[in-house]
Ligand binder design. Structure first.
Ligand SMILES: [Zn+2]
Ligand SMILES: [Zn+2]
Ligand SMILES: [Zn+2]
Length: 254
């Protein structure tokens, strides 16, 4: 299984429009972060977690021309606003794409993208097969366990994947409930939200992220959904060897 980081940035991306801070003017490519999303390749199938605002650019950059499933963590703009850009993949394959989200997230998607679901007879709309996540499921030969984390007051879906190895994608949260923590044990890899150094009302800051890592003890951890507070090389130097900031384009075989 291969994981590719399509984007590792917070909602405004890095660099941020109009900002001249050290990170935003950095020439290190790893300081350029599109909106958070990953691509999973498994058994010849391609799954994206979230269709970020930058999905078009991310797909073009990678040469991605096929998507077999989409998982949506929650319906915030930075995670779903690329949904319309799946259309070229529909055109190319002639197929609708299975899309997995919680009931709450589907309600929000129906509001934000009402035109997709309204019967219009127009052929050029994004074609999705909606799947409501209700519990663990099997997909393309892997077991997927959806888990709930808290993002301010909004429940967000995190995902644990089990094949021969176990790993999880946990973003956009400031609290991981005890029940979810219990299901995040014994991970080979944890990919987790870490927004910035200072506290934030709806995201984990570095200190809180490190506390959860200490508790969960995954073999390896990659940080994502990062703001311009973090310069890649400075942050890397502040972290122990088994924890590192992810960056756009990073690929992990697991
Ligand atoms: Zn976000
Ligand atoms: Zn900046
Ligand atoms: Zn969010």
């Amino acid at each position: 299984m291969k994981i590719t980081f399509l984007g590792t940035g917070t909602s405004v991306g890095v660099p941020m429009i109009g900002c001249k801070c050290e990170t935003c003017i950095s020439t290190d490519e790893r300081d350029r972060r599109l909106r958070a999303s990953i691509l999973i390749e498994h058994n010849g199938f391609y799954i994206v977690i979230d269709t970020s605002t930058d999905f078009r650019q991310q797909a073009l950059r990678l040469g991605l021309d096929s998507v077999d499933a989409i998982f949506i963590t929650h319906c915030h703009a930075d995670h779903v606003f690329g949904l319309d850009d799946i259309r070229p993949i529909n055109f190319r394959t002639g197929k609708a794409i299975s899309c997995f989200a919680s009931e709450r997230t589907w309600r929000d998607i129906h509001q934000v993208f009402s035109y997709i679901f309204r019967p219009s007879g127009y052929e050029g709309l994004p074609k999705l097969i909606p799947n409501r996540i209700e519990g663990a499921f099997e997909l393309f030969g892997m077991r997927v366990e959806p888990l709930e984390v808290i993002h301010g007051r909004l429940p967000v879906t995190a995902f644990r994947f089990n094949t021969e190895k176990s790993w999880a994608y946990v973003i956009d949260c400031n609290v991981i409930p005890d029940e979810t923590l219990a299901q995040l044990k014994d991970l080979d890899l944890l990919i987790i939200d870490s927004l910035r150094y200072r506290e934030h009302p709806t995201h984990l800051n570095l200190e809180k992220t490190l506390k959860y890592i200490e508790e969960l003890k995954p073999k390896q951890t990659l940080l994502t959904h990062m703001s311009h507070d973090f310069r890649h090389n400075l942050l890397s130097g502040q972290l122990p060897e088994h924890i590192s900031p992810a960056f756009d384009g990073l690929q992990i075989e697991i």
